[in-house]
Design a binder for this molecule. Structure first.
Ligand SMILES: Cc1cc2nc3c(=O)[nH]c(=O)nc-3n(C[C@H](O)[C@H](O)[C@H](O)COP(=O)(O)OP(=O)(O)OC[C@H]3O[C@@H](n4cnc5c(N)ncnc54)[C@H](O)[C@@H]3O)c2cc1C
Length: 387
């Protein structure tokens, strides 16, 4: 961990430990090659063996076999560039200036990290990424894009990507669901792909668990696509905007000037931060309470700890900042799925009570003097089933 940065391996390590702690069996090195489904179950062939399940979630990345085999519709825009990230050795590093440089044919980036190089080549995504990525190819791209005579003597590590931006039109087809890059791909500019996939998993996990247990209210599983598809579409658009500001030609610099002007304002910077952090989207859950549909703040509650800790067991939480005797009674019939937590928070943000879904999203908010009990009952019935 370095500041706000973390590696993919570190994230994978946390998720693997969590899965192991929950008794999940992980089978590695067994690619999915076939699947079929009927109204009751899904059969998957992986590593030459058949596995049967009631549900299947394809989290198998941008080239998802599950997405193809289950015939999801996957639509979007073609790439404008091929991008490269590499660990290299230069014969003379002084020939390639440090920093981020836009050029008439693309972009190159040399960071202070020894040998770290990034480039974008606006070739219409023409590079055949199934081919080995050789030093000679990277050298040719770097010369063309940078207009320098910087020479690469060694390429230690290199990978390529494009800005192809595609999304499954629905994240569910029968008993098969998609999450992460399997559901949406876009350029890595802005670094939002992993957060987007984790957001899918948080949204889907508790809904699928309730469906498997048999206590999901009608429509719960389909709310996954309804809520997550717009969030994915917005990230795809965001990544297309970034590409538009770098595209060679006279229009991109004009767009850059506008973006710079907007980002020089406090509102502009705040907007960009909120959009790229992935934490401030709002699901349309109806009503006009500003917190409803958003991630709940991580309240610290006197005697009960933090909200994020209370959510770890996968149940919803009814926070009662009063406390109000009646809310505890109202929540009692839902106690298998919702934990009732009375207690004063460090800052109530002006609310009297909040119903928080297992994914941390505020589903209902009660205001001082008027905890809307009818609204709470409707909301409990929308997301949970009575015990
Ligand atoms: C250069 C680059 C930089 C990036 N930087 C950032 C960043 O800073 N921040 C950020 O949030 N995102 C970033 N991303 C995006 C991020 O890496 C991805 O969005 C994220 O890894 C997607 O996770 P995933 O689990 O959905 O898919 P993947 O990480 O692709 O994992 C898919 C898994 O499925 C397995 N699999 C594949 N095929 C099969 C099969 N047939 N059967 C069974 N298993 C299979 C694979 O082995 C793999 O384990 C970057 C991407 C690139 C290319």
């Amino acid at each position: 961990m370095d500041g706000f940065m973390t590696s993919l391996d570190a994230v994978g390590g946390v998720l693997t430990a969590r899965a192991a702690a929950r008794g999940v069996t992980l089978v590695r090195g067994a690619p999915v090659t076939a699947l079929r489904q009927d109204g009751q179950s899904v059969t998957v062939t992986a590593g030459g063996r058949e596995h049967h399940a009631r549900w299947l979630v394809g989290c198998d990345g941008g080239h998802s076999a599950v997405r193809t085999l289950a015939r999801f519709s996957f639509t979007g825009t073609a790439p404008l560039f091929t991008g490269y990230v590499a660990q290299v050795t230069f014969d003379d590093p002084r020939r390639l200036p440090l920093g981020f440089h836009l050029t008439p044919t693309g972009m190159y980036l040399r960071t202070p990290l020894e040998g770290h190089l990034g480039t974008m080549d606006f070739d219409g995504g023409a590079f055949d990424r199934s081919r080995p990525l050789t030093r000679a190819h990277l050298q040719e791209v770097l010369r063309r894009v940078s207009g320098t005579d910087a020479a690469l003597t060694e390429v230690r590590l290199a990978s390529s990507f494009t800005d192809r931006a595609m999304q499954a039109t629905s994240y569910r087809r029968g008993r098969v669901l998609l999450a992460g890059d399997a559901a949406h791909i876009h350029s890595p500019l802005g670094g939002q792909g992993l957060n987007l996939g984790i957001g899918d998993a948080m949204n889907l996990g508790w809904k699928l668990a309730a469906t498997v247990r048999g206590d999901a209210p009608d429509g719960l599983l389909d709310s996954y696509t309804a809520e997550r598809h717009p969030v994915g579409a917005a990230v795809l658009d965001w990544s297309r905007t970034q590409v538009a500001t770098m595209r060679p030609g006279p229009h991109a610099p004009a767009l850059q000037h506008l973006v710079r002007d907007l980002m020089a304002t406090s509102d502009g910077t705040t907007h960009v931060y909120r959009r790229s952090s992935g934490l401030f989207h709002r699901y349309d859950l109806g009503g006009d309470q500003p917190l409803v549909g958003r991630t709940a703040p991580d309240f610290r509650l006197a005697g009960a700890g933090r909200l994020s800790d209370l959510l770890r067991d996968g149940r919803g939480v009814l926070l009662d900042f009063g406390p109000h005797r009646s809310l505890g009674e109202e929540a009692a019939p839902w106690k298998e799925q919702v934990t009732y937590v009375p207690g004063r928070p460090d800052d109530s943000l002006g609310y009297e009570a909040l119903l928080v879904r297992p994914d941390g999203i505020v589903a209902w908010a009660g205001l001082p003097g008027a905890p809307d009990d009818a609204g709470l009952q409707d909301c409990l019935a929308r997301w949970f089933t009575r015990s």
